[in-house]
Structure formats: C-alpha cells, structure tokens
Design a protein around this ligand. Sequence first.
Ligand code: FES
Length: 106
Amino acid sequence: MPKITFVEHNGTQHIVEAPIGKSVMQVAVDNMLPGIVGDCGGCCSCATCHGYVAPEWAAKLPPVQEDEEMMLEGALHTRPTSRLTCQIVVGPDIDGLVVELPVSQF
Ligand code: FES
C-alpha cells in the first residue's frame, strides 16, 4: 500500500498507509491527523484540506483544476505548491508523497 508523509507546521511527521482510490484528504481524516479537516467532505468547497506538496511532487500530480484554483485563491498562507488534498486521489504512483500542512489549519 502506498505511504504518505504528512508534516505538521511544527515539523512533526506522520507516515500513514494510503488505500488506493481514497483522496489524500480522506487518508488524513481517517488517521485523525491534525491540520486537515475536510469540512465539505471532498467536494472542493471549503479549503480546509489545504496542504503543500513537496516541490518534487508538484509536477507529478494531476494539474490543479479551475474549481480547486478558485478555492485556493481564498485559502490562507498559500504557496506555489499548494493543493487541496481532497482533489488528489491515491494511486500506486503516489507512494512517498510528502504533504506539509499550513499553520493556519492548526
Ligand atoms: Fe473541502 Fe477539500 S475537503 S475543499
């Protein structure tokens, strides 16, 4: 099973197993990780699943779609590698993904 590393704003790392087909947001919520809430359940309308993908991963993931981009425009502390983790689906190729969590969600 792929593994994803979530890094809290204070540097605390959580390495979790990510079932194929789930969103990265759902993986975080299922593991009760602090920093990802997923208020809207993954329908791209809350931005409480905001995270920063590691730069080496940014180009490997499917590109940001228009609705995700619009939600990110209203999110706090965005960076060039900001993503809504509900829009990233776990596949075999995602093993090793690193997602840093913004301070604004703690
Ligand atoms: Fe609401 Fe991702 S969970 S936008």
